[in-house]
Design a protein around this ligand. Structure first.
Ligand SMILES: NC(=O)c1ccc[n+]([C@@H]2O[C@H](COP(=O)([O-])OP(=O)(O)OC[C@H]3O[C@@H](n4cnc5c(N)ncnc54)[C@H](OP(=O)(O)O)[C@@H]3O)[C@@H](O)[C@H]2O)c1
Length: 336
């Protein structure tokens, strides 16, 4: 099979030939039709993701068709169109993943390849009528957004939410989910074009996170403070979040795109009865609930661009330059 290889940190990705993996007794072999990028893939490619080892075939998001099943797997899966839950071995506790939890695409082979083997527990039917490209854009980002927004953030209808970095792959799902749940949604972004796209999805308005005084502008725009802030950037702006919360409000963080959180005033947290919560991807129950929510509200993935496999390097460039609004997808085909 052909796969996108990363042979050393920060190298250009290369299409190379490798063996098709064999499914074990509880596994399925999937012929991947489309895969999608996550920022994790970008950090791994750069060589700065903890545990990154080279050479590697990464990728956490994929959709395709089941070509082989292991001897303990229901034969009804054969030829079915599927998506993969990239959160592997979550464990038994819905509140937090266990010690064996890992993400598809490191240390095991990822979806940027023509074939992949995964445990049959990790596959779900592709939503009806969706292309493989659309389906590949769903799993990791939508799962992360669902858990952040509902399982951890406990968002309720009518609440006011602030989502940072509107253009991000996860952020666009956060926007779609919050709007569908009947919240009043505000965003930040680096780009006016992206704020306009967020407004078209139902957001009330947005501010530029890199402009001094953004927090005052946001509070004026929203005519008050927020019940929930969902953030994937951290960095220096994080310190402003407690001041933007209503009493009893929550901050849910799942990423550190903008770096470390420098310093915070404790009184702004305890006096507000505030909660600061971390979240990572989601449990199998979160995945099931996310798919039901997406179907119930007719939510469709927002895809910024689909790249042919041969142009994988350009897909990563687009992510590096923060150009996207929503997901970047790679169509998996024969390259040579
Ligand atoms: N813990 C988990 O389970 C989990 C899961 C998925 C992702 N993540 C992490 O979450 C982050 C986002 O992931 P992603 O896949 O959605 O990435 P992405 O598609 O590359 O989006 C990143 C977005 O971050 C925004 N951004 C950059 N600097 C910012 C700042 N200073 N303040 C606010 N926003 C800023 C940009 O928004 P604009 O373009 O609008 O400016 C950009 O589009 C990454 O750090 C990733 O590693 C964690």
């Amino acid at each position: 099979m052909q796969a996108i290889f990363f042979n050393k940190p920060d190298a250009i990705c290369k299409i190379q030939e490798t063996q098709i993996p064999e499914p074990g007794d509880n596994d399925v072999l999937i012929k991947i039709k489309a895969a999608a990028l996550n920022r994790r893939d970008f950090w791994i490619k750069k060589g700065i993701y903890q545990g990154a080892k080279f050479p590697c075939i990464i990728g956490s998001d994929g959709a395709g068709k089941v070509e082989k099943v292991g001897k303990n797997v229901d034969k009804a899966w054969l030829n079915e169109a599927v998506i993969i839950n990239p959160g592997l071995n979550w464990g038994d506790d819905p509140d937090a993943h266990g010690p064996d939890f890992h993400i598809l695409g490191l240390p095991t082979q990822g979806t940027f390849a023509q074939y992949i083997v995964v445990n049959a527990d990790s596959i779900w039917h592709k939503p009806d009528g969706w292309t493989f490209e659309k389906a590949a854009a769903l799993p990791l980002a939508a799962l992360t957004a669902y858990r952040a927004m509902f399982t951890r953030g406990n968002l309720r209808k009518g609440q006011k939410v602030f989502i940072t970095g509107a253009g991000g792959g996860v952020a666009v799902y956060l926007i779609q989910f919050a709007v569908a749940a009947g919240a009043k949604v505000y965003v930040s972004s680096s780009s006016e074009k992206k704020i306009k796209k967020a407004v078209a999805l139902g957001v009330e308005g947005g501010v530029f996170y890199n402009q001094p005084g953004w927090e005052t502008e946001l509070e004026n725009m929203a005519k008050g403070k927020f019940d929930l802030i969902i953030d994937s950037a951290a960095g220096t702006n994080f310190e402003k979040f407690p001041g933007l919360l209503n009493t009893g409000g929550k901050i849910v963080n799942f990423g550190g795109t903008a770096g470390k959180i420098p310093e915070m005033t404790a009184a702004k947290i305890f006096w507000k009865q505030a909660s600061i919560l971390g979240t990572t991807m989601g449990s199998p129950t979160d995945f099931k609930d996310m798919i039901s929510f997406v179907k119930k509200h007719h939510i469709e993935p927002v895809i910024d661009k689909i790249f042919p496999m041969v142009d994988a390097e350009l897909a990563f460039k687009q992510m590096e330059n923060h150009e996207q609004f929503g997901k970047i997808v790679i169509k998996i085909t024969d390259v040579y």
